[in-house]
Ligand binder design. Sequence first.
Ligand SMILES: [Zn+2]
Length: 185
Amino acid sequence: MDNSQNNILSGIISNEPVDGSKAEKAIKIISELQNDMKNYTDQGAGPFLAAIYDDKGNLLAKTSNSVVNETCSHNHAEMNAIREVEKILGTYDLSKYNLSLYITAEPCMMCIGAIMWSGIKQVFYGIPTSTVEKITGFDEGFKPDWLTEFKKRGITVYGNIAPELGEKAMKKYIENGHKIYKPER
Ligand SMILES: [Zn+2]
């Protein structure tokens, strides 16, 4: 591993020793998702995208958060992606397909549960929850040490991937006056 590669990978957190080629692939996919975000938020979608790939690198689903435009509080990007792929493959158990989920931000407490129940094998996310909450005021929920819990269940996680792009996309959502959808408390 040369120095420049080391720098790119140095901020990544993972529940396994970081594999350079997996991380580079994730940087590419998540960067594309972050750059594509505005096309979705301009249509009324929330500021999160998810994509699921099979182990041959085929894209099976690419979805946005659709809480506001579909008036459903659980339509987070990951939930929509998992639902779509389970429909395509005709199963509620994705484990035998060895699928990878790429998300623009760390999953919330609901989506962590949904990922666990789906049989997804690898999770790659962009900006961490702390960044999302700081910029937007969304409440992502209380979480266990989910990287450790996922490792126990054979699910690999890589996070903090291309965080600068993710921050920029999230700030743009706020600057453009889009909705922070959450229950009043
Ligand atoms: Zn979520």
